[in-house]
Design a protein around this ligand. Structure first.
Ligand code: NAD
Length: 495
């Protein structure tokens, strides 16, 4: 079913820019008519407006999700049939790849080719993967006495509120939508205020794929209004959140002060990259550099702390600096651009203030260290490497979320592991060594949800992703993600 929407056309990019929220199967304005601006980070200019939903709109969206859930049109649809719809949606995302990649780049400034070849196909594959999986998941029969039979089934939770960040807007949404929808839930999705376009667009694609009305609602809006309203809503059964640790904690509070809804959190990180002297330095340099400069460092698992044996530090930094200098920074729509702008004026100022703080507190800038003045009003920051950092410095402890690497040296292996774990976060880590025993010791000792050995940021849909400590709880991706969106029901039959 095709859904009509008001959009802004006649722009320079040849795509229609969404303007309205998506509630109850149709595009609608916010009830009070409020809008929020969409800014293209490449120029710093406002390119459009979308509905700024508040608690009244959220309430309508939750009611619509509840109505669709209770109707059984999706929640009681045979898994084989839900599978077909999700696979169709995955195909539609792929066939709208250029359009969706353009929308993503306009919202967040990431290089268009990265969006086209990375984010969009990865979102499509996630939706398709969970579609494929859902008719292959079984319940259980309990080992009961002969006069009884206990059938244990997975039940969808009901209304799931998915609140996502701006760094990988469609992929992060897909990590929630894939398992939540596959399991039979209805969803209210709130994209970040910086990046509503792709979420709004795929709502119509989902209807076209055959998702019944009201099963997917998208409320564009600010965190403090639309996000908080979802977190506190008495008829939301589950919040699945990806974003900062600070806001993640708020969602736990909202749940505690409302209906004790289930909350799962994918939060921030300050991931260590531990490089031992016996490692392949070329491979380590490549992995460390890519691990901090990809997506302009706006990655939850970015390897932002380089913890390196002082014997190989200079050699490693030389290569990382060479990599950084080779990155073409600029217009994200240019085919050669490798590093786009940061997402917003606010994020730009925040990252630059961390860089200034590092300089003032004794860290040494090896490369970068400022904004890219030649690129006008866009939110560009040079890829920056600090040397001489100690792990107690702010630039070693706080999530900068920009292309900034802090280098810390160590003398022995145990010290390296202690530094790696000396953080409130536990999302991910990299270990570079050719000594299998040290690799194994490090992988076991580092408290993180993901440890990469002699590689970084690898993954696919069949392996779970998520954090320890203040990086959150619950897992996205893989069959483990289904746990977040289902509950077990035990039914006893007496003979
Ligand atoms: P954020 O926490 O500021 O915002 C995330 C979402 O929460 C947005 O939709 C926002 O509108 C909403 N929000 C903000 N304030 C709110 C409030 N007071 N009440 C309710 N909702 C609110 O995060 P961000 O700046 O969009 O994204 C960057 C953060 O996301 C980083 O910390 C990054 O590490 C994290 N992240 C984590 C993962 C992961 O898988 N662990 C993945 C991507 C990003």
């Amino acid at each position: 079913m095709a859904v009509a929407q008001q959009t802004q056309t006649g722009n320079a990019w040849g795509v229609e820019l969404p303007k309205q929220a998506f509630i109850g199967g149709r595009y609608v304005d916010a009830r009070d008519g409020k809008q929020l601006p969409c800014v293209f980070p490449g120029t710093g200019k406002t390119i459009g407006q979308v509905a700024a939903c508040d608690s009244a709109d959220v309430d309508v969206a939750v009611r619509s999700a509840r109505k669709s859930f209770d109707s059984g049109a999706w929640s009681r649809m045979a898994p084989q049939d839900r599978r077909k719809v999700l696979i169709k949606l995955s195909e539609l995302i792929l066939s709208h790849r250029d359009e969706l990649a353009t929308l993503e780049t306009l919202n967040v400034g990431k290089p268009f080719l990265n969006a086209k070849n990375g984010d969009i196909p990865s979102a499509a594959s996630c939706i398709g993967w969970f579609g494929e999986a859902i008719d292959k998941i079984y319940g259980e029969v309990g080992p009961t006495p002969a006069d009884l039979t206990a059938v244990i089934t997975r039940e969808p939770l009901g209304v799931v509120a998915a609140i996502v960040p701006w760094n990988y807007p469609l992929s992060m949404a897909a990590w929630k939508l894939g398992p939540a929808l596959a399991a039979g839930n209805s969803v209210v999705l709130k994209p970040a205020e910086q990046s509503p376009y792709t979420a709004l667009r795929i709502a119509a694609l989902a209807m076209e794929a055959g998702l019944p009305e009201g099963v997917l609602n998208v409320v564009s809006g600010y965190g403090e209004t639309a996000g908080q309203a979802l977190g506190r809503h008495m008829d939301v059964d589950c919040v699945t959140f990806t974003g900062s640790t600070e806001v993640g904690k708020l969602f736990m509070r909202y749940a505690g002060e409302s209906n004790a809804k289930r909350v799962s959190l994918e939060l921030g990180g300050k991931s260590p990259q531990v490089v031992l002297a016996d490692s392949d330095i070329d491979a380590a340099a490549q992995g460390v550099a890519a691990g901090i400069f990809a997506n302009a460092g706006q990655v939850c698992n970015a390897g932002s702390r380089l913890i390196v044996d002082r014997a190989v530090k200079d050699e490693l930094l030389d290569r990382i600096v060479k990599y950084a200098k080779g990155l073409r920074i600029g217009d994200p729509f240019h085919a050669d651009t490798k590093l786009g702008p940061l997402v917003s004026q606010e994020q730009h100022a925040r990252v630059l203030s961390y860089i200034e703080h590092g300089k003032q507190h004794g860290a040494k800038v090896v490369t970068g260290g400022g904004r890219v003045a030649a690129l006008g009003e866009g939110f560009f920051v040079e890829p920056t490497v600090f040397d001489g950092v100690t792990n107690d410095m702010k630039i070693a402890q706080e999530e900068i979320f920009g292309p900034v690497l802090s280098t810390i040296t160590f003398k022995d292996f145990d010290e390296a592991l202690a530094i790696a774990n000396d953080t409130i976060y536990g999302l991910a880590a990299g270990v570079w060594t050719n000594d299998i025993r040290k690799a194994q010791r490090a992988a076991k000792a580092i408290r993180a949800g993901v440890v990469w050995v002699n590689c970084f940021d690898r993954g696919n849909m069949s392996v779970p992703f998520g954090g320890f400590k203040q990086s959150g709880h619950g897992r996205d991706k893989s069959l483990h993600a289904i746990d977040k969106y289902t509950d077990w029901k035990a039914v006893w039959y007496a003979s």
